[in-house]
Design a protein around this ligand. Structure first.
Ligand code: FAD
Length: 637
């Protein structure tokens, strides 16, 4: 497999500008002759579809929700990073670039990260022009707060609902183009396969989720902006519908899957409370600006939080990481929480919890100031737990949140399947082995508003594409494969629900490929997953039929894909015999539990290639070179 990243030559600050100047252009009058299919209408896909249509391309956009504006991006709470340096606290494009490379534990491609930092400033201007109501200072300037892994305040926010406000901006831009007839919008349509003709992505097969009809849509380029796959763990902070289907099926059509084992476990989520829970709730990282994390110094301390005196509390992040304190990166904060719970110092009924305490901040700033900043998050916490966080500390615990792995893309965001571009959380992204808080929204919007509109033009302008007929054998074959797969799921008529398989898979993944991984556990998971998958294909019970709205069928299709992806994730985690970022292999740690990387053997992206149904996938590598940021051991002490 050819993993050519196509990073332009020249100094890092000039690469994107020069590349843009060198790109092939499509004449304005010719743009309408091209059709671009965009799957996903979250921040990445919504921004991409709107911008491509604004340029003049004909766009078809797809999502499985009933409206484009219900994409999972709407759930994002805390904020979006940008190197505006409004605080005059020493921020710059260079510093955001450096923080992101270091935060990702030196496992991201430098040139992409630099471009992301560079474009971050444009994103804020674009969103402000759209009317996104970012928080402002008294004097009118946009306000900022701090997020983990940075010592500057560069996170722009709209209370605790930044994703919703940004998505409304992208959605308005999208709807404008729908109104102008440049975008045809297909809500409630699930993409189930990519159509490949002459080695290029030329279309998609979708299922109309209301009528059950299978349809093909053809075009000149395909964009997947279909979000992350954290729900492979069953319990995560992702919306219930988030899945891997689009990228997984593209993988099986030739798009390499990069670093599938890189999963982000977020330190501040509401702890699991029972066996039948189906969703976890995030408490935004922004809360760590004012909340202090602690556990009792004593093991099995049964006292209530407010009864434990100050000198019997361990503010363990402040103690271990004095420079960054409560705002150390997520992977580090999550592991530290696990460590204190493993020592028997966890709190709450399950003892899998730590305190996030606002008492000091309330004393210092007053309850009103805290309400002003985080009111909706506090309210959400109280509704779920029935505890008032203004009076008692929140209880939090790490939970699966984000996936840094995804389809491999080159500098132009094109996968190894020519014509197939991948944006947002669905690509293997710019975050290396650990994403810094508030950087996913930045990446999704950089991809959608600024990168794809340029690079897709470059692809279309430089590629000869013949029209594909609707009855082309490759189109018909993709359609019939999709139909056959759905029919076989419906025909099994076994005894277990798709959810029961999903829950069992999630437990295997959390136990053996979660916050900490080791050789023995990963090998055990690699035995258990294929057995579970086999049982699924013999014993799943999918209710109803294919010619109607059928959520049981939708779910079964997604669980079937998770059952395959999970195996690749464990394979990837097993092969990467080092600890880096969110990938913590217990065999590779220092005495005090810090990650030990092996740059000699693993300073690369692992990109997995599908080789057929009964053959092992092939691991290819893209070496990573650090010419601008010195490859060093990460330290937040
Ligand atoms: C609770 C929570 C809070 C977060 N807060 C922040 C934050 O404050 N700051 C930050 O930077 N990041 C945050 N993140 C991460 C961030 O929200 C996501 O990474 C980002 O929004 C993903 O955007 P996206 O456009 O890539 O995908 P999504 O917004 O997930 O959109 C995916 C789209 O793809 C469509 N789709 C998927 N599969 C198919 C298919 N097979 N067929 C058709 N359509 C399909 C969906 O319908 C949807 O339209 C948060 C994440 C969570 C879970």
């Amino acid at each position: 497999m050819d993993l050519r990243a196509n990073v332009p030559d020249g100094p890092i600050e000039k690469k994107w500008t020069k590349h843009r100047a060198d790109m092939k252009l499509v004449n304005p009058a010719n743009k309408r002759k091209y059709t671009v299919l965009v799957v996903g209408t979250g921040l990445a896909g919504g921004a991409g579809a709107a911008s491509l249509a604004e340029l003049g391309y004909d766009v078809k956009a797809f999502c499985y929700q009933d409206s484009a504006r219900r994409a999972h991006s709407i759930a994002a709470q805390g904020g979006i990073n940008a190197a505006k340096n409004y605080q005059n606290d020493g921020d710059s494009i260079w510093r955001l670039f450096y923080d992101t490379v270091k935060g990702g534990d030196f496992r991201a491609r430098e040139a992409n990260v630099y471009r992301l930092a560079e474009l971050s400033v444009n994103i804020i201007d674009q969103c402000v022009a759209q009317g996104v109501p970012f928080a402002r200072e008294y004097g009118g300037l946009l306000a900022n707060r701090s997020f983990g892994g940075a010592q500057v305040s560069r996170t722009f926010y709209a209370r605790g609902q930044t994703g919703q406000q940004l998505l409304l901006g992208a959605y308005q831009a999208l709807e404008r183009q729908v109104g102008l007839g440049k975008i045809a919008m297909y809500p409630r349509h699930e993409m189930q396969d990519v159509i490949v003709v002459d080695g290029r992505a030329r279309g998609i097969v979708v299922r109309d989720m209301v009528t059950g009809e299978i349809e093909s849509h053809l075009g000149d380029a395909v964009v997947l902006a279909t979000g992350g796959y954290g729900n492979v763990y069953f319990l995560s902070t992702n919306a219930k519908g988030c899945n891997t289907t689009a990228i997984w099926r593209a993988y099986k059509k030739g798009a390499a899957f990069a670093n599938p084992c890189y999963t982000q476990i977020h330190p501040t989520c509401i702890p699991v409370s029972g066996e039948y829970q189906s969703k976890l709730t995030l408490m935004s990282e922004s809360l760590r600006n004012d909340g202090r994390i602690w556990v009792p110094k004593k093991e099995n301390d049964a006292r209530k939080a407010n009864e434990i005196p100050q000198d019997e509390r361990d503010y363990y992040l402040e103690r271990k990481y004095p420079s960054f304190g409560n705002l150390c990166p997520r992977d580090i904060a999550s592991r530290a929480a696990k460590q204190v719970c493993d020592e028997g110092r966890g709190v709450g009924p399950t003892k899998l919890g730590v305190y996030l305490d606002f008492a000091d901040a309330i004393r210092r700033l007053g309850e009103d100031a805290i309400r002003e900043k985080y009111g909706n998050l506090f309210e959400m916490y109280e509704r779920i737990t029935d505890d008032n966080p203004y009076k008692v500390p929140m209880r939090i615990f790490p939970a699966v949140h984000y996936t840094m792995g995804g389809l491999w893309v080159d500098y132009d965001l094109m996968s190894t399947l020519p014509g197939l571009h991948v944006a947002g959380e669905a690509n293997f992204s710019d975050h290396g082995a650990n994403r810094l808080g508030a950087s996913a929204l930045m990446q999704g919007l950089a991809d959608g508003y600024f990168i794809l509109p340029a690079t897709i033009g470059n692809y279309l302008g430089g590629t000869k594409l013949d029209k594909v007929a609707a009855d082309h054998p490759d189109v018909k074959k993709a359609e019939s494969d999709v139909m056959a797969r759905n029919a076989s799921l419906l025909n099994i008529k076994g005894k277990r629900t798709p959810t029961s398989f999903h829950r069992e898979l999630g437990k295997i993944m959390w136990d053996d490929c979660g916050m900490a991984r080791n050789d023995k556990g990963l090998r055990a998971a690699l035995e258990k997953i294929p057995t579970l998958r086999e049982e699924f294909w013999q014993n799943v019970n999918v209710l109803g039929d294919g010619q109607e709205l059928n959520q049981s069928l939708e779910q079964a299709g997604r669980v079937a894909d998770f059952l395959e992806l999970a195996e690749l994730m464990c394979e990837d985690a097993l092969e990467r015999r080092e600890s880096c970022g969110g990938h913590f292999r217990e065999e590779f740690q220092t005495e005090d539990g810090e990650a030990v990387r092996d740059d000699r053997q693993f300073c690369h992206v692992a990109a997995w290639e599908y080789t057929g149904p009964d053959r092992p996938p092939k691991r290819n590598v893209e070496p990573l070179h650090f010419e601008n940021v010195h490859l060093a051991t990460r330290s937040y002490k």
